[in-house]
Structure formats: C-alpha cells, structure tokens
Design a protein around this ligand. Structure first.
Ligand code: C2E
Ligand code: MG
Ligand code: MG
Length: 756
C-alpha cells in the first residue's frame, strides 16, 4: 500500500516535471520567435527606407541633381539611423555625400563589385560594405545599393551608412535574461552586432561564423551551442526577406531552465520528505503492530496464569470441601454435601421427566444402643447401616448421614413414583436384618422412613427435606419400621416459599416491586460515579424480600423477563425524575438475567423505555454475568452489540467465578469488569486471591476496561484495591443499597468518605 503510494507520487511528479520542462521550452521558443520577428520587421523597415533613398538618388543621374540632392538631404536629416549617405557614379567617383569622409580602399572595392555585378532578381538588393574593425566604427554598417537607370543599366552606387547601435539600443531593455542576446548576422553568418542586457557589442575578429541552417523562411528555432562555449542555447532566428541579414535571438538553455530547475529541486525535496515520512510511518506501524502482538501475547500468557490460578484455587476448595463434606465415620456425605449434590440433581430434574424422591431415615431406638452398649458399638452399627444402604441403592443415588442416627437419601432418575416405595421397602428389609458380631453383640435395628417426592412436594432441597422429615415423624408415630409418603393434608405448614411462588406473578401488577440503589464510588476522588439498581419485593405479609430469594424463583418460572422489563422501565423513570430534580446526570446499572440476554427483542424494548422517559442511553448500564454468556452465545453477542449501538454500556458482574478468560471476553462489547465479592472478601488474608484480583485489574486495564470491586466492607480492602489501581468500588463500607430518596441525597452529596 505504502509502496504503491510512493510509486504513484514519484510517477506523478516525474510526469508533471516533464510537462513543465516542455512548457518552459515551448514558451521560450514562442517568446524568442516573437522577438526575432519584431526585430526583423523593424530592421527591414530601416532597410526599406535606405532603399527608398537609393531610388531617390537615381534622379541624380537623370539630370535632376539639385532636386535629388535636396530630397536626399531632407530625407536623411529626418532619419537619424543613417549616419552618412553618399552617391558614386559608374567610375566610382563620389558625386554626392551628406558629410565628408575619406572612403577606404575596401569600400571602393565593394563599390566596384556592386557596379560590376548588379543584383539579379533573386539576389539581395544591396551589398554590405566592409565593416570597420575599429571599435569606435564597428557599429557603422555600410549598405551599397546599385543605382539603376531607366534603361536598366547600373549608373552608380548609393551608400547608406547604417547606425546599428541606434536600432539595437531599443532592444537593450527587453528582458531576455542575463545570457540572452539579440544578434545581427550577415547572410553568410558573419556576426555584425549583438545586444545583451549588459550593453551592445560589435563585431570583432574573434567572433566566428555562426552556422544557421539555410533555406528556411519565416522564424525558426533550434537548440545548439551557439557561442561554442560548451553550453546549449535555445536559438530563434529569422532571415530578412529581401536583405542579406539574419536576426538571431538566443538564450542559455540552462539559465532558461533555472527557475524550472529550482522548482524541480523543490518538488524532489518534497518527494524525498514524503518518501521518508511514508517509510518512517511504515516502520512505526510495523513496530507498533509487533509491539501490540507482543502485548497481546503477554496478555494471553497472563490470562492463562490467571486461569491456572483459578483452577488451582478451585481444586484446593474442592479438596477442602471434600474433607468438610464427608462423614468420617461412615464415609458417606454429610449434610452440607448432601444439600449441594441434591441441589445439583434437582436442577437437572427440572429438565427431565424422571422422578426423584428424598428420604429421611431415622434408626428406631438407636439412642438406647448407644446408652446401653456404648458409643463404640453404636458407631459400628452406623457403619453397618451405611454399608447396607450403599448396597441397596444405585451409584447415582445420593446417600448421606445428616445427624447422629439420621440418614438421608436422594433417589434420582426413577421412571415411576411407585419405584420409590419398592426401594423404601428394600431399605427397610435390608437394615432390619440382624447385625452379627458388633464387638461380640448381635443387634437388630429398624428404620423409619419419610419420603417427599419431586416436584409435587417441593422443587428445592430445603422444602423436600422439610416434608420428608415431617413424613418420617408420621412413620415413627405409625409404629416404626415403615415408610410414609409426605401428605400435605397431614402437615399443613405455613410454607413461605410456596406462598412466595404463588404470589410472585402478581407482584408486578400489584406494584409490590421497588428499586434500591447502591452507589459506585471512584477510588481516585471518592466521587459517586454511578449507581446499581437492585430490586426488592415489598411483600404485603412477608415484608421486604431480597432478590436472592425471589429472583431464582422468577428465573425458573420465566418471570424474570417481565420482571427485568419492569426494572428497566422503573430505572429510566427514576433517572428522568432525578434529572427533573436538577441532579447531575449519573449512570445507573440494571442487572439482566440469562434469559433476558438471549431475548433478541431486549435492545428494542430498552430503547423504548429510554425514549418514553426521555433518558439518554449513555446513562444506562447493563450488568450481565459470565454464566449467562454460556447459553446461546451468538444471540447474546448480538443482543450485547445491539445494546452497545444504542449507547448503553455493559458490565460483566461477579467476574472471576466462571472460567471465561479476559482474552475471550475482550471479543465482546464489555466496558466494565465487576470483580466478584468472594475475591474481595478475604483479599487481605488470601495471597492467591490477591494475585487474581491484581491480574484481573492489570489485564482489564490493558484491554481498556474499567474495573469495579464489589462487596467492599472494610477500609483495608478499599486501601488495597486503590493500591493495585482498581477504578471503582461498591460495598457496605461506603453505602448499603438504599431507597430512591436516600439515593438522591447521596448523589447530591456527591462524595462518599469511608468511616475511619
Ligand atoms: P449483584 O448484581 O452482584 O449485586 C450486588 C449484591 O451484593 C447486592 O445484593 C448488594 O446488596 C450486595 N452487596 C453490595 N455490597 C455488599 C457488601 O459490601 N457486602 C455484601 N455481603 N454484599 C454486598 P442484593 O441486592 O441482595 O442482590 C443480589 C443479587 O440479585 C444481585 O447481585 C443480582 O445478581 C440479583 N439482582 C438484584 N436486582 C436484580 C434485578 O433487577 N434483576 C436481576 N435479574 N437480578 C437482580
Ligand atoms: Mg449487579
Ligand atoms: Mg455482583
């Protein structure tokens, strides 16, 4: 590209200079030819007048001597170009002269030749007499005209001495440059005089004969070394029509081109400068591209390090969790692990048609075993029960000991609810078998089992556990060693979750949702630079409910989309209201769920909310989570780009928990990274977290993204974040989420200082 540009620039300049060169050449020729024509015309007119005098002198020989003398004297005195006129008879005797002078020998010879060889029709009408070599007379040109009588015979010769200086003087002022010359040449090429800017010069012996091509009429031009000085001249010349003279106008060709040469040098200098600039630019571009590539490689390497650190951290966490999640006595999962694994199974259960059952198993009268035979035997019994449970169930079922003699089982992926009863019977039968040799004792123990079935008895582990527990008490009350399915009629609990699930769809219509706002504070000056809108549910009976409780509920039922629309609309309304109250405009972020992000219509609806409240799109920010990018990434990508082209900015919330790399994220239109609060939480104590936060900040900055830390609760965290260059913070230390009116006061106050 740069090379092509240079070739074009050089070619163009080359063509332009050549055209200019031709033009200079042509202009000079036209100008010089014009001058040659003018000088020739002028000279011809003078010669015509001399000829007229010669015709008048013919009267002398016709006998009218007095008349002839008077007329000649009158005409000469009126024409100062003739220094002297004289008339000779056929014997070369002077018969009339305007002034006395001693004629030279050579003049006499020339007169003789004129008498003897009168001009024929084709020949010039006059002859040029001898020109004096004396400097003071060198400008005097004797012109000899044969005087012809009525009978056609030559009767004498008329002499007119021409003052060349008088003629050429006129042209001294013509600007033909320092080297320019106007020359008067004889027909044979002998130079008589030349006029230059410096003055007139007249023929002297050193001047040679100038070779000008013969036989051409009119004005001609050629380029030749006219003065044999090794320099080319541009020469324009004209032969006089009837007289033996040539007028030559010349100028040194180099001098003529000097203006053009200066222009050409200037053009070339510019061209070299341009070439140097382009070359410099190319080198710079190549270097900066390489630099950028190196930077990007460094980014990717640093990003890999970050991911490895995260993986390492997760491994350690999992290991610690394993240690903390197993029951050391039986090797089964403990309550916490059971809850986690159960939750994950239920998430899958929502997408499958299979049946799931949660069992609570309590060993009847276990306490008395412990009390009478000791804990040692009790422990052995528990281990046997665990082993029997394991062998009665499948790999895919989850088994845990959740308390002293309480076990819990999650039956997964069953084809029919009836299978649950079969398995429960099998468990009772297996556990109820005698246990021989428990430290020398043979014991028998029976289980009481309570069962809750997904989904009719609940969607969540908490609810299913509660209901299974209730059913287990039913079994105990009914006489032990049996299983009971949960029956709501027998256990009418005040189920908050159930109630919330029921009333959530009406929450929007009943105007029960409200927005709280939490400020985002810039670390450089502690100024509030944004707000995050966080939804709350003002429930008529349960009071203020946090989103952690009802957003997941909304997400499972698809209500998150209308809820998200309500939030976006309410946020725009609030922005417009603050604007109307005269507050400085401040961007507000809304949280967008995974389902909203794959809704191609979202950008259009958001544009509608902004427009209907007259709010600028730059005041709205959208927070998405890494998790929501996993599903339908293509649609999500399109939605994000559409939002960006509206002017809405995009933040990646809770960053660090997922496995997405910043290099991948940099391909999406994301402007801000919000570091998850789990990293900030123990930033002071956990060196791995410090390294991760540090690398996120550095990388995000290199990718031109803003970084916010969430969940800043203590001053140390804030100081640490400021030290590593984090841009903004959000957290309880500076302000909890507050209702709109309190938020307005915070915005008006503008600066938030942390309590010391
Ligand atoms: P998030 O977007 O990460 O919001 C930050 C959460 O952290 C908020 O909880 C906020 O109160 C809490 N927080 C802020 N500073 C601190 C702190 O210093 N320490 C601690 N421990 N917590 C802090 P909140 O309001 O309960 O919201 C929880 C989550 O619910 C939000 O997390 C967001 O994912 C979701 N959410 C909130 N509003 C909406 C919404 O309108 N739509 C959707 N889809 N999700 C929402
Ligand atoms: Mg958020
Ligand atoms: Mg967050």
């Amino acid at each position: 590209m740069a090379f092509a540009l240079l070739v074009a620039a050089w070619s163009f300049t080359g063509f332009r200079l050549e055209a200019e060169h031709d033009l200079v050449d042509k202009n000079a020729k036209v100008r010089q030819e014009g001058l040659a024509t003018i000088v020739s015309e002028n000279f011809s007119q003078v010669l015509d007048r001399a000829r007229l005098l010669s015709l008048v002198s013919a009267e002398w020989f016709d006998g009218n001597r007095t008349d002839a003398k008077n007329r000649l004297a009158a005409m000469r005195s009126a024409d100062r170009v003739f220094l002297r006129i004289a008339l000779y008879d056929e014997k070369r005797k002077l018969v009339y002269a305007s002034s006395p002078d001693s004629d030279s020998e050579t003049l006499s010879d020339a007169i003789r030749v004129s008498l003897e060889q009168p001009a024929d029709a084709g020949d010039p009408i006059l002859r040029v007499g001898p020109i004096s070599t004396l400097q003071e007379k060198a400008w005097q040109v004797p012109l000899l005209f044969p005087v012809v009588g009525r009978d056609g015979k030559v009767q004498g010769v008329f002499l007119a001495v021409l003052d060349l200086g008088y003629i050429l003087d006129v042209y001294q002022g013509v600007d033909i440059g320092p080297s320019g010359a106007i020359q008067v040449l004889q027909d044979n090429g002998d130079e008589i005089a030349r006029a230059r800017q410096g003055g007139l010069e007249y023929s002297h012996e050193t001047w040679g004969t100038t070779r000008i091509p013969r036989g051409q009429g009119g004005t001609q031009s050629l380029i030749t070394d006219l003065f044999a000085d090794g320099h080319a001249d541009i020469v324009s010349y004209r032969r006089l029509d009837h007289y033996p003279f040539l007028i030559v106008i010349s100028r040194n060709f180099e001098e003529l081109l000097s203006d053009y040469a200066a222009n050409r040098a200037r053009s070339k200098n510019y061209l070299w400068l341009f070439t140097a600039c382009i070359a410099g630019l190319t080198v710079w571009l190549v270097r900066s591209t390489r630099g950028r590539e190196r930077l990007f490689d460094a980014l990717v390497a640093a990003d890999l390090d970050k991911q490895q650190l995260i993986v390492q951290l997760k491994d350690q966490k999992r290991h610690a969790l394993e240690l903390a999640s197993n029951d050391t006595l039986t090797g089964l999962s403990n309550r916490r692990m059971f809850h986690e694994m159960g939750t994950s199974h239920l998430t899958q259960a929502k997408r499958s048609r299979k049946h799931y059952g949660l069992m609570y198993i309590d060993l009847d009268r276990f306490k008395s075993v412990n009390d009478t035979l000791g804990h040692h035997v009790g422990d052995l019994l528990l281990q046997v029960v665990a082993a029997r449970l394991r062998s009665a169930l499948r790999e895919s079922d989850v088994i845990a000991r959740i308390g002293g003699d309480e076990f819990s089982v999650l039956l997964t992926g069953l084809d029919s609810v009836d299978d649950i009863a079969v398995i429960a019977g099998k468990i009772i039968q297996s556990i109820s078998q005698p246990c021989p040799n428990l430290d020398g004792h043979e014991l028998r123990v029976s289980p009481s089992i309570g069962i809750a079935v997904f989904p009719q008895d609940g969607h969540k582990m908490e609810k299913l556990s509660r209901h299974a527990d209730a059913a287990m008490y039913q079994s105990k009350q009914a006489g032990r060693g049996r299983f009971t399915f949960y029956d709501p009629a027998l256990n009418p609990t005040n189920d908050r979750q159930f109630e919330l699930e029921q009333s959530l769809p009406g929450a929007i219509a009943n105007h029960e949702l409200i927005l709280y706002f939490q400020p985002k504070v810039r670390l450089s000056d502690l100024r509030i630079v944004g707000m995050e809108a966080l939804v709350r549910w003002q429930h008529p009976t349960h009071g203020l409910i946090l989103p952690g409780e009802f957003i997941p509920m909304a997400e499972t039922t698809g209500l998150d989309v209308p809820l998200g629309d309500w939030v976006a609309d309410a946020c725009c309304r609030q922005l417009a209201q603050w604007q109307a109250q005269g507050l400085a405009p401040i961007p507000v972020a809304i949280n967008v769920s995974a389902r909203q992000l794959v809704d191609a219509q979202l950008p259009r609806r958001i544009a509608g909310f902004l427009a209907s409240h007259g709010v600028d799109a730059s005041l709205l920010e959208v927070e998405i989570t890494e998790g929501s990018l996993v599903a339908s990434i293509d649609v999500a990508n399109k939605v994000l780009h559409d939002l960006e082209s509206l002017g809405v900015t995009i933040a990646l919330d809770d960053f660090g928990n997922g496995y997405s790399s910043l290099a991948y994220i940099s391909t999406l239109p994301i402007h801000t990274i919000k570091i998850d609060r789990s990293f900030i939480n123990d930033i002071r104590n956990n060196p791995q977290n410090v390294a991760i936060v540090d690398s996120i900040v550095t990388l995000a900055h290199k990718l031109k993204m803003r970084v916010i830390a969430e969940g800043v609760e203590v001053l140390d965290q804030l100081i640490h974040l400021k030290t590593i260059g984090c841009d903004e913070v959000q957290g309880y230390l500076l302000s909890r989420p507050v209702p709109a009116e309190a938020a307005r006061k915070l915005i008006a106050q503008s600066i938030l200082t942390p309590p010391q």
